[in-house]
Ligand binder design. Structure first.
Ligand SMILES: Nc1nc2c(ncn2[C@@H]2O[C@H](COP(=O)(O)OP(=O)(O)OP(=O)(O)O)[C@@H](O)[C@H]2O)c(=O)[nH]1
Ligand SMILES: [K+]
Ligand SMILES: [Mg+2]
Length: 423
């Protein structure tokens, strides 16, 4: 790194004083020789330095993503690391940043490469039988291939199971607000969002559609949905709204029911059965409208509903709101941790929709291979064996597409060359 002045090559004008860094290839970001200028920010400085550089005929501005593309093409990054870099730059919350850092660090690449290696080893066993004939190879070669394919199958399934965890890291927990009409559900959404996201009126049945807002609640990404009040109604539009509300509640990781303190015993049969079924957290709202202390309201609510987290507050006067927010934040963190761990202790991998698609493809090919009934070579005709090999090749290709390494043949060659066949 050099401390230097940046001087216009023709006019010799001093444009800025800064630092220049020389990264010698191949240990640079793109693998090529790279020079970085560290100059002061400010439009005039940047413009003058860029226009000075453009006076060199061999230089031009990089296309969007060109540095990362070159890094990929020179093998410095695979596709999962490229995606991780993109996620890292766009991370909004600390949980997203941590997960993206893992991908940039190559954790995903290693998992997918080792999975692909397992499939290729299985393939090399099957290829051995095709190339050398059944007499030349050990009896249990098919068995060996099946064991490896089954191992790969299990691994693909566990990666697919990570998809929901990844979705939570990427897009957030889903929190559904529901309850009877007019309890203050939309008021709560607006309070959480710190803006008038939803229409609030004193007319019951104001909210019809499900309204989703993505928020940062205590450092976690949370998709909050406000829903139509649940009651029996003949209004067609409201009916549809209530059906959508029920869908949103069922999809949610955290369910929060808002009740009006004055109407605790007036909930409809539909709502009561929903509360019994989904066991939501309860927020008893409008405490200002009755001469009750928060603890009296809580006792009253617990009499009606046997819920795990119950708070009493007034979204209008602000009474009880701080405690509610702090404890809801803690509950969200608990749920988040529980969802991520899923009975496991490793940090979540960020499996995105693209990865999932290829994993599902690989699973089908592995299923097809395992369903071929090649328990022993006596069961399989040589055609069957050739088809079985094809399934494994496609499975390996599907995984290779995730990392961007689809050159199956040459890797197969290396494995095959090392394969001890006794010849
Ligand atoms: N007194 C009092 N009124 C409140 C409180 N919170 C909300 N309200 C009022 O209650 C009425 C209904 O509020 P909304 O937020 O629209 O209720 P909702 O549950 O979304 O109603 P629907 O969408 O119709 O199901 C509005 O007039 C709010 O201003 C509160 O803490 N105290
Ligand atoms: K309302
Ligand atoms: Mg509403």
């Amino acid at each position: 790194m050099y401390r230097c002045e940046v001087i216009h090559p023709q006019s010799k004008e001093v444009l800025d004083s800064g630092l220049a860094v020389y990264f010698k290839g191949p240990k640079s970001f793109t693998g090529e020789d790279i020079v970085e200028f560290h100059v002061h920010s400010g439009r005039a400085i940047l413009n003058s330095v860029l226009s000075a550089l453009s006076t060199f005929p061999s230089l031009r501005l990089a296309e969007p993503g060109e540095f990362t593309r070159r890094a990929f093409e020179s093998g410095r990054l695979d596709l999962t690391e490229v995606e991780g870099l993109h996620d890292l730059i766009n991370a909004d919350t600390s949980s997203q940043r941590q997960a993206a850092l893992q991908a940039v660090g190559g954790v995903l690449r290693q998992r997918f490469e080792s999975l692909r290696g397992t499939i290729l080893r299985a393939l090399s066993f099957v290829e051995a039988v095709i190339d050398f004939g059944e007499e030349e190879v050990e009896d249990d070669v098919f068995q060996e291939a099946r064991v490896l394919a089954r191992k790969a199958h299990t691994e693909v399934q566990s990666l697919l199971a990570d998809y929901r965890r990844s979705e939570i890291v990427r897009s957030g927990l889903r929190l559904a607000i529901f309850g009877p009409p007019n309890a203050g559900k939309s008021t709560l959404l607006n309070f959480l969002a710190k803006r008038e996201a939803a229409i609030v009126t004193n007319i019951p049945g104001t909210t019809r559609d499900v309204l989703e807002v993505t928020l940062d609640l205590g450092g976690l990404p949370v998709i909050v949905s406000d829903t139509a009040g649940i009651r029996s109604t003949e209004d067609i539009v409201e009916k549809i709204g209530i059906e959508r509300a029920i869908e949103a509640i069922d999809k949610a990781d955290v369910k929060l029911c808002v009740l009006d303190v004055a109407e605790l015993d007036k909930a409809s049969a539909e709502l009561n059965s929903m509360i019994r079924r989904v066991k939501p957290f309860l927020l008893i709202n409008k405490l200002d409208s009755r001469p009750l202390t928060p603890s009296q309201a809580l006792a009253l609510a617990k009499e009606q509903h046997n819920a795990e987290g119950v708070w009493a507050a007034s979204l209008q006067s602000g009474v009880g709101v701080d405690a509610f927010m702090a404890e809801l934040g803690a509950k969200l963190h608990d749920t988040y941790a529980a969802q991520l761990e899923h009975g496991r202790t490793d940090t979540p991998l960020v499996i995105n929709a693209r990865h999932r698609e290829h994993l599902q493809g690989a699973l089908q090919f592995l299923d097809a291979f395992l369903g071929q009934g090649l328990e022993g070579e006596q069961n399989g005709s040589s055609d069957d064996i050739v088809f079985a090999a094809e399934e494994l090749r496609y499975a390996a290709q599907a995984i290779g597409a995730i990392t961007g390494r689809i050159d199956v043949e040459d890797i197969l060659d290396t494995i095959f060359r090392e394969f001890c066949i006794g010849k």
